[in-house]
Design a protein around this ligand. Sequence first.
Ligand code: PFF
Length: 455
Amino acid sequence: MAVKPRETFGSRMGMLLAMAGSAIGLGNIWRFPYTLGKNGGAAFLLLYVIMLVFICLPVMISEYLIGRRGASNPFRTFDKLAPGSKWRWIGFIAVLASGCILSFYCVVGGWSVKYLVDAVSGSLMSFGGDYADFFGAFISNPWEPLTFTLIFLGITGLIIAFGVRNGIERMSKIMISVLFVIIVLVVIRSLTLPGASAGLRYMFVPDMSKIDANTCVAAMGQAFFSLSIGCGCILTYASYVKKDENIAASAAWISFFDTGFAVIAGLAIIPAVYAIAAMNGVEPDVNAGPGLVFITLPGVFSSMPLGNAAAVLFFLALLLAAITSAISLMEVLAAYIIEELRKSRAMAVIISFVLCGVVGMFCSLSFGPLDGFKLFGLSVFDFFDYITSNIMLPVGGLFLALFAGWRLKRANFIDELTNGGALKMPRWLSLTIYYLVKFVAPIAISVIFLNCILS
Ligand code: PFF
């Protein structure tokens, strides 16, 4: 059978939007605001930005560079670049991590489908009671969240089945643009509510006493999760990138977009929470955990003019963002199954759907019938969230940086970074990037882990 040439993205903009689409997702809109709320607001944001520059950007550049040089799935890429070595298992762990993330990600994706459906039908806004009860009743029901989880996973699989250019690229282009417009509208609504300024203060005036070893791990995990780095996702997308892209510039743009989006999502949510609490004369509860978006926001929407329209727009945005990220996760699995297990794309999608669907089922049921079942003291959902974001991704990132900095060798690193010298990059810049990758990022990740273990 003739081997088909590997697909590439059709345009530079399409590639950037697909990577940004992977990065911008539930991590920005659902996870960022409540992790910020749980970890002390502005001080967390400050830590997040510092880690972004000194750890995440170098890791992203490493992953991008390795992916483009290897032009294959994560497993094969390491085998190509370091034949016969143990590095290939990093690729395998990356594939595993993507599957684990998708398994709990599709549960929250399913929640957004449900909220969108209810917002469109009007039942979300006409509920009239406490939204904590609404959310609690929904997630503890065994069947309803499970059905929505599988619907979400099914939509993701369908897009992946169409392949890189027709599926991922086209979808990402449309969805990210729509998303941006919607979220800006919600921010305007939120910031014009009376009392919103206290939320702004919470987000932007840091209280350094809030920082401890756990805050550092949480900020690092959130940054890795949000940027989609450390689990082969950027590596897989980079394998479809043409050889003339400016890697460092693309990575910087994606990080900038993603962080901008997280801050915008925070601006849509946190000030509104403060404003509504002030209106009702109660303490704002930004520490509401994973329910923040799903419990607090419907309450926010229902008590503001044009609330129903805002709810529809918001949950549509959440769903669109979730889909563009979920497709990037499933593509890591699919690329591995297609190239290593020699299956067709359709078959790869079916296998990924079944595997993630089964694990996702346990994650979903852990809010209901499996409530009492704990792994290391955590529910199945929290367990997958914690080990992937806070451990697997940073460890994956550590090895990616070590591989790019130590195994690839300086000449190869700079050669790939500057597209074989075709790109005119000042020497100080390429060397700074190289040393950030080789020393700063790996040392910083190790210190943060050690600090947490020892504290
Ligand atoms: N970055 C995505 C988000 O913020 O929702 C989640 C994610 C996608 C994490 C892809 C990791 C990944 F490989």
